[in-house]
Design a protein around this ligand. Structure first.
Ligand SMILES: Cc1cc2nc3c(=O)[nH]c(=O)nc-3n(C[C@H](O)[C@H](O)[C@H](O)COP(=O)(O)OP(=O)(O)OC[C@H]3O[C@@H](n4cnc5c(N)ncnc54)[C@H](O)[C@@H]3O)c2cc1C
Length: 426
């Protein structure tokens, strides 16, 4: 019998396991694959309040307090770099959008500020492309995603949590109207609390108890370069390229706001939720219809494992990076920062960002499902939130008071139809 079983060992599951184990709970953390198998090891690594949905700002501000001391707390090198977040643009519409965010979030007393072209040049003297302005948040930073969730998992283990890799959840069990356990590939685990933090697969597990979460996904690609000359410590977003400097001097680089949707039947089923945000960001999203849809149809054949075990579906989904787009991001970096010389790609990968229609996650212990905890749907910015989410989920599991406003993140908003337009669904 466990006090809580956490499904999914991404950063949300690992951070929650750590805080819950530290609070004295008997925790079992299971993953169908391994710790940080999906988004949490594939992220760019930005830890930012900048350009966040206002509903997430108090959470992220509290989260930044944790990030500052996290390496000491976990006794691990996380490659934490408090170098800020710097977004620059030469596009009037983009600048106007950022100015609007800046004005709308004044009440939070952030240290974000707008930069003139001269101030941008002072901060990025190597950049030769024209800009009309920038947005800077000096208290933001970045860290290495491949290190953070594993460090949380390790500390959770040291505090007594069981971390079971290769153990997929099949269904949540209920008795007398409340959670009574979880059925896994390895057998059932009795518990009166199950936390679902299975990234883009969370909706599959929630379906086992009749919850219909309109969760979708968008593929995003990243490359690691060779070691490059210094440009900035800030997490940087330009009009067509984004990057952050890693500790060894190589860069994580991506096209700033471009992703891919590999259309499946589930994307079609969820179209009423997503057609509007997709249309609004149509320049940033490429739809791929064909091979992904055929693959999806084949996986629905009754003898396929994906159909027999829908909550597990694909254990290690094939997520190909968009190589041409990464190559073009590299060319833009070489063009806009000519002193950098030739940029080589050492490694490239992609991840499935789990999205929700309003661009903010579900963080909830829904009262109509006693014993269930949910932390999912982070829409491309959940790496940074991981530590504070862990603490919040621990508070929800232990019933400890929490002064953060969580109402915007309740599950019931979808059934209530109280779903706002997203700032971004990824
Ligand atoms: C390319 C890319 C760039 C990003 N950049 C940033 C960034 O710069 N900053 C930022 O804040 N965020 C970023 N994000 C978003 C961030 O990575 C995610 O929001 C965050 O990692 C989500 O964490 P998670 O724990 O919810 O999910 P995940 O990390 O996806 O973990 C879910 C886990 O659940 C497991 N699982 C699934 N089904 C089951 C099952 N049935 N049983 C057991 N286990 C199961 C999976 O194997 C997986 O390990 C980026 C994401 C991507 C893909």
């Amino acid at each position: 019998m466990a006090d809580v079983v956490i499904v999914g060992a991404g950063i949300q599951g690992c951070a929650s396991a750590y805080y819950m184990a530290r609070a004295g709970l008997k925790v079992v953390l299971i993953d169908k694959s391994r710790v940080a198998a999906q988004q949490s090891s594939r992220a760019w690594g930005f830890v930012r309040v900048q350009m966040r949905d206002p509903d997430e700002i108090p959470l992220m501000q509290a989260g930044k307090e944790i990030w500052r001391g996290l390496e000491a707390e976990l006794n691990a090198d996380l490659e934490w770099n408090p170098g800020g977040a710097l977004y620059v643009t030469n596009r009037p519409a983009t600048m106007a959008y950022r100015e609007k965010w800046f004005n709308d979030t004044r009440g939070f007393e952030l240290d974000s500020r707008l930069l003139s072209p001269t101030e941008v040049t002072r901060r990025l003297p190597q950049m030769t492309s024209p800009v009309i302005g920038g947005l800077l948040t000096e208290s933001d930073g970045h860290a290495e995603p491949r290190k953070v969730a594993p460090a949380f998992a390790q500390r959770a283990r040291e505090l007594g949590a069981s971390v079971l890799e290769g153990c997929g959840a099949l269904a949540v069990e209920r008795a007398g109207g409340r959670v009574s356990g979880i059925v896994t590939e390895w057998g059932s685990i009795k518990t009166d609390k199950v936390m679902v933090s299975a990234g883009a697969s969370s909706w599959r597990i929630l379906k086992s108890i009749g919850i219909d979460l309109p969760q979708s996904c968008i593929r995003a690609s990243v490359a690691r370069t060779n070691v490059l000359p210094y440009l900035t410590d800030a997490a940087f977003v330009g009009d067509n390229v984004a990057f952050r400097k890693r500790k060894d001097g190589s860069f994580n680089i991506a096209s700033s706001l471009h992703g891919d949707v590999d259309v499946t039947l589930d994307h079609i089923r969820l179209a009423p939720w997503y057609w509007k945000p997709y249309l609004e960001s149509k320049k940033g999203i490429d739809l791929h219809v064909g091979v992904p849809l055929l693959r999806d149809l084949a996986q629905r054949l009754p003898w396929r494992d994906e159909a027999k075990y829908p909550a597990i579906h694909e254990r290690e989904p094939l997520i190909p990076p968009h190589q041409a787009r990464l190559k073009s991001a590299v060319q833009i970096l070489e063009r806009d920062f000519p002193t950098i010389g030739r940029v080589g790609i050492a490694e490239q990968w992609a991840g499935n960002i789990d999205s929700l229609p309003d661009g903010i996650p579900v963080l909830d212990a829904p009262t109509d499902h006693p014993g269930l905890l949910i932390a999912t749907g982070f829409c491309g910015h959940g790496f940074a939130l991981g530590p504070i989410v862990g603490r919040v989920m621990c508070d929800l599991a232990t019933g400890r008071a929490n002064n953060l406003a969580l109402r915007a993140f309740r599950l019931s908003r979808f059934a209530e139809g109280d779903v706002k337009a997203p700032m971004s669904i990824w």
